[in-house]
Unconditional design. Structure first.
Length: 615
């Protein structure tokens, strides 16, 4: 099976947009267009990197399976309505295809180990390929202790063990490229298994391929339940699949992104760890699941949040670790070169200690949506929601870090609006749930006080728009949620004026928006356009009666996706390069909500997206 030639050559760094996502709802891998798995944390999203080349450089490890020399990508896609990735290259007059996935479940139960199945096949002739398996665990790039057991390569680091099984006749040595000859009708299969404090489960390559095919059937059954009349359905399905892959199944927590320190400003210092759970982002994702008929995912998130917040209630932390505990302190990794030389590389997140008032609004709104769609909340869930509402009553007048987590607290208008939303939605839930008359009056009084305060201090009559913070004339794209809240009539002059002002003054060109005036956040360097804000603009246009404009903008944003339909957090307005951690739960959840807003606008129809299928 090996031809004895080393066909490898140095790999240049891949741009973020070149990566595809593999996932098993516990962790995720990013795969470059040359077949290199350059990012995989184990045993879960926020664990130690096993392959970290994406931000750690060549010394941080990779697992590449693909052409031995640079080759043109003929086609790259996800198999329809699945999490299986296919990459096909033109190699010496024939085609070499890598088909790969992480297997999540067998027989309806999560596998005890992470399992990655990779299959190389050739058409039209014999193709030369290479396997480069170089695992390096953790921030110190620790090499493994290596042994072989019944022909299976086993790499160990204490309680963590990794095995690599291959098609008979192929022997792979860690850290050394292995040339491979792939012949038509004789595919090469590699199976990577990862176990932490569990026995390694050995799966023969042929059996592993069958597990992958069974997992595909499960994903297709899952997507088949999504409303067939949704506008832009194929894009919505791909985003739903992405958000589901970024859900940590053992707890049902939605991770913000599977990566750390992918730069918002290439070569700069705006590099953050997003491998944690922001209740805000997760609530938007849960709401998206609920809106397309996936209540189990929404129920699971609310149950997780109830458990995670129990020790700190009624305070709602800005973010949690996947197990509901405190996020580790932020620290920098010396020696890590960063993606495109963007340093420092960070793990942990310093925003964990911030006061962010808006989070209460997103969470209580998700609880209200669930109570509307399903049935009354459990008593303990309603108790938690009441606690969050009481916390808003106590702290709404305090300055906070806001949705954008600025370092200097301020009286952010968006935060006040979301405080208003928390009380408004809690009062709506209370119409069918027990609440004392005293609490009801207090919540209503404070809700109305917030509305009066925002109208008086958060609106600039000169520009005819709500503003970023009290006393400021700057704008904030987060204000695009205004038409969805119900504070004022969606067609009011104030709301339409705000939407128009944000669209005009925060424009980054085309369909893109900055989240606030660039550079106005106290950090060095610049950043790109913030993609969720553009999808919020679609929602705002649909919600204010401008559906045709919303559809046009949505189409333009779909054209900005990666070739695999994935989105980062930000985008360079000049080059179209994806920036920041990738793929981003908030962006994909905002895409789903934007499509639903188009559906629900007057004249909505599933016909809009029929031309736009990409799967």
């Amino acid at each position: 099976m090996t031809d004895g030639r080393d066909e490898t050559c140095p790999r240049p760094p891949s741009p973020i947009v070149d990566y595809g996502l593999l996932g098993d709802t516990r962790t995720a891998a990013l795969v470059a267009a040359d077949g290199g798995i350059d990012w995989l944390c184990v045993p879960r999203f926020d664990g130690e990197p096993l392959f970290g080349r994406l931000v750690g450089g060549p010394l941080a490890g990779t697992f590449r399976t693909g052409p031995g020399r640079p080759a043109a990508v003929v086609r790259r896609r996800y198999r329809k309505h699945t999490a299986t990735l296919e990459t096909t290259w033109a190699v010496n007059g024939c085609r070499l295809t890598l088909t790969e996935a992480m297997v999540a479940e067998v027989g309806g139960r999560l596998l005890p180990t992470t399992l990655i199945v990779r299959r190389l096949s050739a058409e039209g002739g014999t193709a030369g390929a290479v396997v480069e398996f170089d695992p390096r665990l953790g921030v110190r790039h620790r090499p493994p202790r290596v042994r072989r057991r019944r022909g299976v390569l086993v790499c160990e680091w204490g309680a963590l063990a990794v095995s690599l099984s291959c098609t008979p006749g192929l022997t792979v040595e860690p850290g050394r490229p292995t040339p491979v000859t792939v012949r038509p009708g004789r595919p090469v299969i590699l199976v990577l298994a990862v176990a932490h404090r569990e026995p390694l489960v050995h799966v023969e390559p042929a059996a592993a391929w069958e597990l992958l095919l069974a997992d595909e059937r499960r994903w297709r059954a899952w997507t088949a339940e999504i409303d067939g009349s949704l506008p832009f359905r194929e894009h919505v399905v791909r985003s739903l699949l992405t958000v589901r892959l970024l859900t940590y199944s053992p707890s049902q927590a939605l991770v913000a992104a599977p990566t750390t320190s992918l730069p918002e400003d290439p070569g700069g210092v705006r590099n953050w760890d997003y491998r944690y759970v922001w209740p805000r982002d997760a609530s938007i994702g849960a709401n998206a699941f609920l809106s397309v008929g996936k209540p189990e995912e929404a129920r699971g998130f609310l149950a997780w949040l109830l458990h995670a917040s129990r020790l700190q209630r009624p305070r709602l932390p800005a973010l949690f670790a996947l197990n509901g505990r405190h996020v580790p302190p932020e620290r920098e990794l010396p020696g890590w070169v960063g993606h495109l030389d963007s340093v420092p590389v960070r793990i942990g997140n310093g925003a964990a200690g911030q006061h962010q008032l808006d989070g209460y609004g997103w969470v209580v709104d998700a609880a209200w949506a669930f109570a509307q769609a399903e049935k009354p909340l459990y008593a303990e869930t309603w108790r938690a929601v009441r606690g969050f509402a009481e916390q808003v009553v106590r702290c709404w007048q305090e300055p906070d870090a806001g949705i954008w987590e600025v370092r200097e607290p301020d009286q952010h208008v968006h935060s006040k609006l979301m405080g208003w939303l928390a009380l408004d939605r809690a009062l709506r839930i209370a119409e069918t749930h027990p609440l004392t008359d005293r609490q009801r009056r207090r919540w209503r009084d404070v809700r109305d006080a917030i509305a009066a305060d925002v109208r008086a201090r958060g609106f600039d009559p000169v520009t005819g728009s709500y503003v970023r913070s009290y006393g400021s004339t700057e704008l904030d794209a987060a204000l695009l949620v205004l038409p969805l809240l119900g504070l004022d009539d969606a067609g009011s002059a104030r709301i339409r004026g705000t939407v128009d002002a944000v669209r005009d003054r925060l424009s980054a060109g085309g369909p893109l928006l900055y989240r606030y005036p660039p550079g106005h956040d106290g950090l060095p360097g610049t950043e790109g356009a913030f993609l969720p804000c553009s999808f919020w603009l679609v929602q705002a246009l649909a919600g204010t009666g401008r559906r045709a404009e919303a559809v046009e903008l949505f189409r333009a944003l779909l054209d900005r996706a990666s070739p695999l339909g994935l989105y980062a957090e930000e985008m360079d307005p000049t080059t179209g390069a994806h920036l920041g951690n990738y793929p981003q739960t908030l962006t994909h959840a905002a895409l789903i909500q934007a499509a639903l807003a188009i559906r629900d606008a007057p004249g909505g129809s599933g016909q809009d997206g029929h031309r736009a299928a990409t799967d």
